[in-house]
Design a binder for this molecule. Structure first.
Ligand SMILES: Cc1cc2nc3c(=O)[nH]c(=O)nc-3n(C[C@H](O)[C@H](O)[C@H](O)COP(=O)(O)O)c2cc1C
Length: 176
Protein backbone atom coordinates (compact mmCIF):
# COMPACT_ATOMS: atom_id res chain seq x y z
CA UNK A 1 0.00 0.00 0.00
CA UNK A 2 1.34 3.46 -0.94
CA UNK A 3 2.17 5.76 1.96
CA UNK A 4 0.98 9.32 1.38
CA UNK A 5 1.56 12.36 3.58
CA UNK A 6 -1.22 14.95 3.85
CA UNK A 7 0.33 18.30 4.78
CA UNK A 8 -1.38 21.63 5.38
CA UNK A 9 1.10 24.44 4.73
CA UNK A 10 -0.11 26.35 7.75
CA UNK A 11 0.25 26.31 11.52
CA UNK A 12 -3.37 27.35 12.17
CA UNK A 13 -5.00 24.94 14.60
CA UNK A 14 -8.13 24.81 12.45
CA UNK A 15 -6.31 25.07 9.13
CA UNK A 16 -8.60 24.77 6.11
CA UNK A 17 -5.56 23.68 4.11
CA UNK A 18 -4.81 20.82 6.48
CA UNK A 19 -8.45 19.78 6.22
CA UNK A 20 -8.37 20.04 2.43
CA UNK A 21 -5.07 18.10 2.08
CA UNK A 22 -6.37 15.32 4.34
CA UNK A 23 -9.67 15.06 2.48
CA UNK A 24 -7.85 15.04 -0.91
CA UNK A 25 -5.41 12.32 0.18
CA UNK A 26 -8.29 10.20 1.43
CA UNK A 27 -9.83 10.34 -2.05
CA UNK A 28 -6.95 8.12 -3.24
CA UNK A 29 -7.89 4.47 -3.57
CA UNK A 30 -6.02 2.11 -1.26
CA UNK A 31 -3.38 4.48 0.13
CA UNK A 32 -2.20 4.75 3.72
CA UNK A 33 -2.59 8.40 4.74
CA UNK A 34 -0.54 10.14 7.40
CA UNK A 35 -1.74 13.59 8.41
CA UNK A 36 1.14 15.96 9.17
CA UNK A 37 0.60 18.94 11.47
CA UNK A 38 3.30 21.62 11.21
CA UNK A 39 2.78 22.37 14.90
CA UNK A 40 4.43 19.03 15.69
CA UNK A 41 7.61 20.43 14.10
CA UNK A 42 8.04 23.67 16.02
CA UNK A 43 11.36 25.15 14.93
CA UNK A 44 13.25 28.36 15.72
CA UNK A 45 13.20 30.99 13.00
CA UNK A 46 15.96 29.90 10.62
CA UNK A 47 19.24 31.77 10.64
CA UNK A 48 22.69 30.70 9.54
CA UNK A 49 23.98 31.79 12.97
CA UNK A 50 21.58 29.48 14.83
CA UNK A 51 22.55 26.66 12.50
CA UNK A 52 26.26 27.27 13.04
CA UNK A 53 25.88 27.51 16.81
CA UNK A 54 23.40 24.69 17.46
CA UNK A 55 23.16 22.60 14.29
CA UNK A 56 19.95 21.52 12.61
CA UNK A 57 17.16 20.75 15.11
CA UNK A 58 15.88 17.18 15.43
CA UNK A 59 12.39 18.28 14.30
CA UNK A 60 13.77 19.14 10.85
CA UNK A 61 15.38 15.67 10.61
CA UNK A 62 12.09 14.10 11.71
CA UNK A 63 10.19 15.97 9.00
CA UNK A 64 12.75 14.88 6.40
CA UNK A 65 12.43 11.24 7.52
CA UNK A 66 8.67 11.41 7.03
CA UNK A 67 9.18 12.63 3.46
CA UNK A 68 11.75 9.92 2.72
CA UNK A 69 9.53 7.17 4.09
CA UNK A 70 6.56 8.28 1.97
CA UNK A 71 5.59 7.44 -1.62
CA UNK A 72 3.79 10.71 -2.19
CA UNK A 73 2.86 14.06 -0.66
CA UNK A 74 -0.43 15.94 -0.84
CA UNK A 75 0.43 19.51 0.14
CA UNK A 76 -2.19 22.24 0.48
CA UNK A 77 -0.71 25.70 0.89
CA UNK A 78 -2.08 28.59 2.88
CA UNK A 79 -1.44 31.93 1.16
CA UNK A 80 -0.04 34.69 3.35
CA UNK A 81 0.51 37.97 1.55
CA UNK A 82 0.74 36.18 -1.75
CA UNK A 83 3.30 33.64 -0.57
CA UNK A 84 3.98 30.70 1.77
CA UNK A 85 3.00 30.95 5.42
CA UNK A 86 6.00 31.74 7.62
CA UNK A 87 5.62 28.38 9.40
CA UNK A 88 5.83 26.41 6.14
CA UNK A 89 8.69 28.49 4.71
CA UNK A 90 10.64 28.13 7.94
CA UNK A 91 10.37 24.35 8.05
CA UNK A 92 11.45 24.03 4.42
CA UNK A 93 14.41 26.34 5.07
CA UNK A 94 15.62 24.10 7.90
CA UNK A 95 15.01 20.86 5.99
CA UNK A 96 16.82 22.23 2.92
CA UNK A 97 20.00 22.45 5.03
CA UNK A 98 20.10 18.68 5.68
CA UNK A 99 20.83 17.68 2.09
CA UNK A 100 19.98 18.66 -1.47
CA UNK A 101 16.45 17.92 -2.61
CA UNK A 102 14.12 18.71 0.28
CA UNK A 103 11.26 16.63 -1.15
CA UNK A 104 13.47 13.63 -2.01
CA UNK A 105 12.09 13.10 -5.57
CA UNK A 106 8.65 12.39 -4.12
CA UNK A 107 5.53 12.77 -6.31
CA UNK A 108 3.49 15.73 -5.09
CA UNK A 109 -0.09 16.91 -5.49
CA UNK A 110 0.01 20.66 -4.93
CA UNK A 111 -3.15 22.29 -3.62
CA UNK A 112 -4.17 25.63 -2.16
CA UNK A 113 -7.35 27.01 -0.74
CA UNK A 114 -8.47 30.18 0.98
CA UNK A 115 -11.72 31.79 2.12
CA UNK A 116 -11.41 34.28 -0.76
CA UNK A 117 -12.19 33.99 -4.44
CA UNK A 118 -8.59 33.47 -5.63
CA UNK A 119 -8.15 30.32 -3.59
CA UNK A 120 -4.46 30.83 -2.93
CA UNK A 121 -3.65 30.89 -6.64
CA UNK A 122 -0.66 33.18 -6.06
CA UNK A 123 1.16 30.81 -3.73
CA UNK A 124 0.14 27.82 -5.85
CA UNK A 125 1.68 29.34 -8.97
CA UNK A 126 4.95 30.13 -7.23
CA UNK A 127 5.03 26.66 -5.64
CA UNK A 128 4.56 25.06 -9.06
CA UNK A 129 7.76 26.72 -10.27
CA UNK A 130 9.76 26.43 -7.02
CA UNK A 131 8.98 22.88 -5.86
CA UNK A 132 10.63 21.02 -8.76
CA UNK A 133 13.91 22.77 -7.82
CA UNK A 134 13.48 21.43 -4.30
CA UNK A 135 13.17 17.82 -5.41
CA UNK A 136 9.39 17.51 -5.68
CA UNK A 137 7.88 15.72 -8.66
CA UNK A 138 4.81 17.89 -9.07
CA UNK A 139 2.22 15.63 -10.69
CA UNK A 140 -0.89 17.77 -10.27
CA UNK A 141 -2.03 21.16 -8.99
CA UNK A 142 -5.39 22.60 -8.04
CA UNK A 143 -6.68 25.62 -6.18
CA UNK A 144 -10.08 25.72 -4.48
CA UNK A 145 -11.55 29.24 -4.19
CA UNK A 146 -14.03 30.35 -1.50
CA UNK A 147 -13.48 27.33 0.74
CA UNK A 148 -16.46 28.17 2.96
CA UNK A 149 -18.98 27.85 0.14
CA UNK A 150 -17.22 25.28 -2.09
CA UNK A 151 -16.35 22.65 0.53
CA UNK A 152 -18.34 20.72 3.11
CA UNK A 153 -17.98 17.44 5.03
CA UNK A 154 -18.61 15.48 1.85
CA UNK A 155 -15.85 17.34 -0.04
CA UNK A 156 -15.90 19.75 -3.00
CA UNK A 157 -19.47 20.84 -3.58
CA UNK A 158 -19.28 22.46 -7.03
CA UNK A 159 -19.42 19.83 -9.82
CA UNK A 160 -17.08 21.70 -12.18
CA UNK A 161 -14.44 22.28 -9.51
CA UNK A 162 -14.75 18.68 -8.34
CA UNK A 163 -14.15 17.37 -11.82
CA UNK A 164 -11.04 19.60 -12.28
CA UNK A 165 -9.74 18.37 -8.92
CA UNK A 166 -10.33 14.73 -9.87
CA UNK A 167 -8.27 15.14 -13.04
CA UNK A 168 -5.31 16.38 -10.98
CA UNK A 169 -5.79 13.65 -8.38
CA UNK A 170 -5.73 11.03 -11.12
CA UNK A 171 -2.46 12.43 -12.52
CA UNK A 172 -0.97 12.26 -9.02
CA UNK A 173 -2.26 8.72 -8.47
CA UNK A 174 -0.55 7.62 -11.69
CA UNK A 175 2.73 9.16 -10.51
CA UNK A 176 2.72 7.24 -7.21
C1 LIG B 1 -0.92 37.13 7.63
C2 LIG B 1 -2.01 36.68 6.69
C3 LIG B 1 -1.90 36.98 5.34
C4 LIG B 1 -2.88 36.53 4.45
N1 LIG B 1 -2.72 36.77 3.12
C5 LIG B 1 -3.58 36.22 2.23
C6 LIG B 1 -3.36 36.33 0.82
O1 LIG B 1 -2.39 36.90 0.38
N2 LIG B 1 -4.25 35.74 -0.01
C7 LIG B 1 -5.35 35.05 0.47
O2 LIG B 1 -6.12 34.51 -0.33
N3 LIG B 1 -5.58 34.94 1.79
C8 LIG B 1 -4.73 35.50 2.67
N4 LIG B 1 -4.94 35.35 4.02
C9 LIG B 1 -6.12 34.61 4.48
C10 LIG B 1 -5.82 33.12 4.50
O3 LIG B 1 -6.03 32.60 3.23
C11 LIG B 1 -6.74 32.45 5.51
O4 LIG B 1 -6.35 32.86 6.80
C12 LIG B 1 -6.74 30.95 5.38
O5 LIG B 1 -7.67 30.41 6.29
C13 LIG B 1 -5.37 30.40 5.61
O6 LIG B 1 -5.41 29.01 5.51
P1 LIG B 1 -5.32 28.05 6.81
O7 LIG B 1 -6.68 28.06 7.44
O8 LIG B 1 -4.97 26.75 6.21
O9 LIG B 1 -4.29 28.62 7.72
C14 LIG B 1 -3.99 35.80 4.93
C15 LIG B 1 -4.09 35.53 6.31
C16 LIG B 1 -3.11 35.95 7.17
C17 LIG B 1 -3.23 35.61 8.65
Amino acid sequence: MKKVLAIGGSSSRNSINKRFATWAANELAGAEIQEVDLNDFELPLYSIDKETENGIPQEAHDFKSLIKESDGVVLSLAEHNGSFSAAFKNITDWVSRIEKGTWADTPMLLLATSPGGRGGQGVLESAKSIMPHQGAKVAGAFSLPSFGSNFDDSGIVDAGLKSSFEEQLKAFEQAL
